[in-house]
Ligand binder design. Structure first.
Ligand SMILES: Cc1ncc(COP(=O)(O)O)c(C=O)c1O
Length: 375
């Protein structure tokens, strides 16, 4: 059996989809994609959705058709898959290190508009050499650490020095700043998120102003995720948003609270792991065929969609254990159900296909061509 066999065929009813499979509720998905496009347009900022969530050129092209300027990727391999799938504009919102990856990066920049982030002098020099060898001018953003303490140079003077180096390195063109605050995305209250992003905005503004005073044009200030995008959009500083998870919304994001303290419900759950009950030997326990090979539990367990009294309580490699309370409806061997993933990005990475469903029928099969460890 080929490894990339799809679990469904176009036109079949959802019940006949083999499991475990990754379903997209196309109506909810369309609403999510449109809503974010509209929000960015209303704020007058560019939308560059993050493809690390979906890893699928077919979805990227839908986002672009609705106004996105391109997509972000984290890895050269993801960017290659996007360009192979027809995407013409990719920001690698990440640092790329190592001569093999740099060679592939500049080769990609010969056939699409590519930008990349840096936070290190030696990396800038290596990028310049690779770009010169490929006879291209590579767009480069200096990443600043706005609070997440992951990648990124310190804002202000250290970032300014790197921007100067980029602008004076043959083969490179300074394009702006990457200022993403990842750990702020899942802060649970609106107040916490607002405080964190307030600090990020101050860092980005201060660095931008220093660049301007040094006559370095900072065309792009890019950042934001699903949890905080409205803050960056309204900042007057960021002019490009890179949210990813909004297309699918996972259980972890649904734990965020909105301004009024209610669950963050701006986007709908559109991604599900479809699974079959494979064992049901006691009244209070059922076992489904979606364990850790079919979903990621790094941000908590998946939720069982639409079945009261059924809770997914444990994942092993090929098994998921459901605890059934007295409120649960009768469950039979072979029953199929939808699980809402705890964390969408790593769950998607485990699958080869999306099965897009509408009105109880399979309408689309989209291959997840950018999946994998990402070399
Ligand atoms: C650099 C960068 N930008 C944007 C995103 C998108 O964030 P989210 O999926 O929370 O919308 C991520 C996610 O990890 C990221 O690493």
């Amino acid at each position: 059996m080929p490894a990339n066999r799809a679990p469904a065929e176009i036109g079949m009813t959802v019940h006949n989809v083999d499991t475990p499979a990754l379903l997209i509720d196309l109506d909810a998905f369309d609403r999510n994609v449109r809503r974010m496009a509209q929000q960015a347009a209303n704020a007058g900022v560019a939308l560059r959705p993050h493809a690390k969530t979906h890893k699928c050129p077919a979805i990227a092209l839908k986002q672009i058709a609705l106004g996105a300027v391109g997509v972000c990727c984290q890895k050269v391999s993801e960017a290659e898959a996007m360009v192979d799938g027809g995407v013409q504009d990719v920001l690698i919102s990440n640092e790329i290190v190592g001569h093999q990856k740099l060679a592939r990066l500049v080769a990609l920049a010969q056939r699409a508009r590519i930008a990349v982030c840096v936070d290190d002098r030696e990396n800038i020099a290596a990028l310049g050499q690779a770009a010169q060898a490929a006879k291209i001018a590579l767009n480069v953003l200096v990443e600043i650490n706005v609070g997440a303490d992951r990648c990124g140079a310190a804002p202000g003077e250290p970032a300014l020095e790197l921007a100067h180096q980029v602008s004076t390195t043959a083969g490179l063109s300074f394009a702006g700043l990457q200022a993403y605050y990842g750990s702020a995305q899942h802060l649970r209250t609106a107040e916490q998120r607002s405080e964190a992003i307030g600090a990020a905005i101050r860092h980005a503004r201060q660095t931008r102003d220093m660049l301007h005073r040094s006559s370095l044009e900072c065309r792009i200030i890019s950042g934001a995720g699903t949890g905080t995008y409205s803050l960056e959009a309204g900042s007057g500083v960021y002019n490009e948003l890179q949210p990813g998870s909004y297309v699918f919304m996972d259980v972890d994001y649904a734990r965020n609270r909105a301004d009024d303290g209610r669950p963050f419900s701006e986007f709908e759950h559109s991604l599900f792991v479809y699974t079959t009950v494979m064992s049901h030997t006691t009244a209070d326990r059922a076992v489904v065929d979606a364990g850790m090979k079919a979903l990621s539990v790094d941000s908590g367990m998946p939720a069982v969609s639409g079945i009261e009294g059924a809770e997914y309580v444990g994942a092993s490699d090929e098994h998921g254990t459901l605890k059934l309370s007295a409120a649960a409806p009768p469950i039979r061997l072979g029953d199929k159900m939808r699980l809402i993933p705890g964390h969408c990005d790593p769950t998607v990475n485990l699958h080869e296909w999306y099965v897009g469903v509408r009105n109880d029928r399979v309408e689309a099969l989209w291959q997840i061509t950018a999946r994998g460890p990402g070399f």
